[in-house]
Design a protein around this ligand. Structure first.
Ligand SMILES: C[S@@+](CC[C@H](N)C(=O)[O-])C[C@H]1O[C@@H](n2cnc3c(N)ncnc32)[C@H](O)[C@@H]1O
Length: 227
């Protein structure tokens, strides 16, 4: 399958990239900030880092920013769906980088395998439905211990719409929005990415169940869960 996104980041790492990686939503485009995002200095969230004391699973690890940081402290397994990015991670020194799908954790790892997990970026919001999000959380609970700490990153729908984030569309349903775009690199077009943006309130209640309630605020973009 064409993977202009992963190929562009790999080429950038090798110093072989001569064209920009373009994100496209219809006529609107932006240049993907490869150096800044994937190769910048990583400063893990203050609350998360001290809690990572068991094997860590990095889901959608990209070029390995977090894996490189954490593997010096704990055993770290980095998965990504892109072959090019897994190759890039290995080149950069990620010790255990694997091609893997974060939406199939139970098929890839044993029960209680990890003491911590993280997914930085909005890749969880590529889940195809709310049911798929619930299945992901159930599988994540299966492969992590009961005491595990998990950091999952994503866009808060209302804030993303208000901020005019690239390719975001509002949804009349409270607590939901969408983001749709694809990548282009050296004439190659990637698959269309459909992100379903959802918020989580302090009780962990998903948006559909909040319908009809008065002003339940959405939480910050980062949500947490335990195994
Ligand atoms: C925005 S990047 C974030 C990369 C990295 N976490 C970082 O912060 O530098 C999202 C990554 O998730 C990966 N990804 C998307 N869907 C995935 C899936 N189902 N399973 C594993 N990785 C996935 C993409 O290939 C991409 O590398």
């Amino acid at each position: 399958m064409a993977d202009p996104y992963g190929r562009a980041i790999r080429d950038h790492h090798r110093g072989e990239r001569t064209e920009p990686l373009i994100d496209r939503d219809g006529a609107e485009t932006r240049v993907h900030a490869i150096e800044e995002y994937y190769f910048g200095e990583r400063t893990p969230e203050d609350w998360f880092e001290p809690r990572v004391d068991g094997p860590l699973l990095d889901m959608g690890a990209g070029a390995g920013r977090d894996a490189l940081f954490f593997q010096d402290r704990v055993e770290t397994v980095a998965i990504d769906r892109s072959d090019h990015l897994v190759e890039t991670m290995r080149d950069r020194g990620v010790e255990d980088a694997r091609v893997g799908d974060m939406f199939g954790l139970r098929e890839q790892f044993d029960r209680d395998r990890f003491g911590a997990a993280l997914a930085i970026g909005s890749q969880l919001q590529l889940a195809t439905s709310q049911r798929a999000v619930r299945q992901f959380l159930a599988d994540l609970a299966y492969v992590t211990t009961a005491e595990a700490t998990v950091l999952i990153d994503g866009y808060d729908p209302e804030r993303a719409v208000a901020a005019g984030v690239f390719a975001v569309r509002d949804d009349p349903e409270p607590g939901l929005a969408y983001r749709v775009y694809h990548c282009e690199y050296e004439g190659e077009t990637g698959r269309t990415l459909l992100f379903r943006l959802f918020g989580v309130d302090a009780s962990g209640t998903p948006p559909r169940r909040r319908r009809g309630r008065s002003s339940t605020p959405s939480r910050a973009p980062t949500t947490t869960a335990t195994g």
